[in-house]
Write a protein of this length. Structure first.
Length: 381
């Protein structure tokens, strides 16, 4: 099955490479110079990396000197949290995060628990929301780091990160605030750095860039130790020869998105249309989360086996997810934390959109899911 035969509703899992990124990467792949080498040919590569950093900085809303390239969002989350807690080691060993973070944050926190840190996981309400009041009540004198995502990857709920940063800093300015903005970059009216967080993780493959490249924003003046040591690239903070083609693709994708100012409105409009079509085609369908971010929402067919629906739709070229792509068949920790009843949990489907998703694709999804809901029977009463 090739890309043109797909009806794709899984943009939160990954996005296709946008044409601008493909062109930029193809050019960069033929310019093979190592940006650290001293001769003119390589200096062109170093100059290109500087320009890519500028593009990603504009998408993040910060100065280029605050952007450190990484190999992915997972690396950014690991770096921020593992090295962030080291900065506060003398003051305490308590971390606060949410029960609905991506595995890149949750598994890192669990690993730190095994190494003697204490972690408080804030539970969401039934709508998937977490309040700044909840966060404030969890802060203790020995709290050293908070990690809170900007947009949940399964519900599309936008967490009140800016308000939480203010509240946490008012309680204790020494507490580091990390924000996983992998699903928030270029998906909200304000850039992630406007939240005021100290450390912000982003990833290219959610915004039309290639897989295998991301960035960590580090607030000016913050001396975060490196996670990867070696040749001293990225100002000595993230060693490893720059992945020049990946960086070119990331930058081009950021520039292309910023050059399309009504992309958020188009994405929200096609999501609303799709939800209407699904409700018409499948009266028993329930909306679990309409999603504040324009590109994600979640529905459920109560009692239906979501995994079976996803596989059957996939066989027809209709791609969506029964939760995050990282779950591999396990029930979603996010919907479980929201306290969804068992029949709702089993039939959860996450839909995610791009500005270019069409009404014809939405109609095709509604028709295919409508048919399946008549042939596949609910597994639970
Ligand atoms: N954080 C969130 C919220 C995500 O959705 C993802 C990817 O799904 C990641 C982190 C991990 O990013 P990457 O795939 O670049 O490692």
């Amino acid at each position: 099955m090739n890309q043109t035969e797909l009806t794709y509703f899984d943009y939160a899992a990954t996005t296709p490479l946008c044409p601008e990124a493909l062109t930029a990467m193809t050019q960069a792949l033929t310019q093979f110079g190592n940006p650290s080498s001293q001769y003119a040919y390589a200096r062109q590569a170093a100059q290109a990396v500087r320009s890519h950093r500028e593009s990603v900085a504009q998408a993040l809303g910060c100065a280029a000197g605050q952007v450190y390239f990484t190999s992915c969002g997972t690396e950014g989350d690991n770096w921020a949290i593992r090295r962030g807690v080291e900065l506060g080691r003398r003051r305490g060993r308590h971390i606060v995060t949410t029960a609905i973070e991506h595995a890149a944050v949750l598994e890192t926190c669990r690993d730190l628990e095994r190494r003697g840190y204490e972690v408080t996981y804030l539970s969401p309400d039934r709508a998937g929301r977490i309040s700044s009041g909840q966060l404030c009540s969890a802060i203790r004198p020995d709290t050293i780091l908070v990690s809170m995502m900007l947009v949940n990857n399964e519900t599309g709920v936008v967490l009140p990160v800016a308000e939480c940063v203010q509240a946490v800093k008012a309680a204790n300015p020494a507490i580091l605030f990390h924000c996983d903005a992998v699903q928030g970059l270029l998906k909200l009216p304000d850039p992630p750095v406007a939240t005021g967080a100290d450390l912000i993780t982003v990833s290219a493959h959610k915004v039309g860039g290639p897989k295998g490249v991301g960035a960590l924003y580090i607030k000016a003046g913050l001396r975060l130790p490196p996670l990867l040591t070696g040749g001293g690239q990225e100002g000595g903070l993230r060693s490893g020869t720059e992945a020049t083609a990946q960086l070119a693709g990331f930058a081009a994708a950021c520039d292309a998105a910023r050059a399309d100012p009504d992309r958020l409105e188009r994405t929200a409009a096609i999501k609303a249309y799709t939800l209407d079509r699904l409700r018409q085609a499948i009266p028993r369908l329930e909306v679990v989360s309409p999603g504040d971010a324009p590109h994600i929402c979640t529905v459920t067919l109560p009692g239906y086996p979501g995994e079976v629906l996803v596989r059957a739709l996939g066989d027809q070229g209709v791609c969506l997810s029964s939760g995050s792509a990282c779950h591999r068949g396990k029930p979603s920790h996010v919907f479980a934390a929201m306290g969804l009843p068992r029949p709702w949990l089993s039939g959860v489907l996450r839909l995610s959109f791009s500005p270019d998703t069409t009404k014809a694709q939405a109609d095709r999804l509604a028709q295919a899911l409508g048919q399946l809901s008549q042939t596949i029977l609910p597994a639970l009463p």
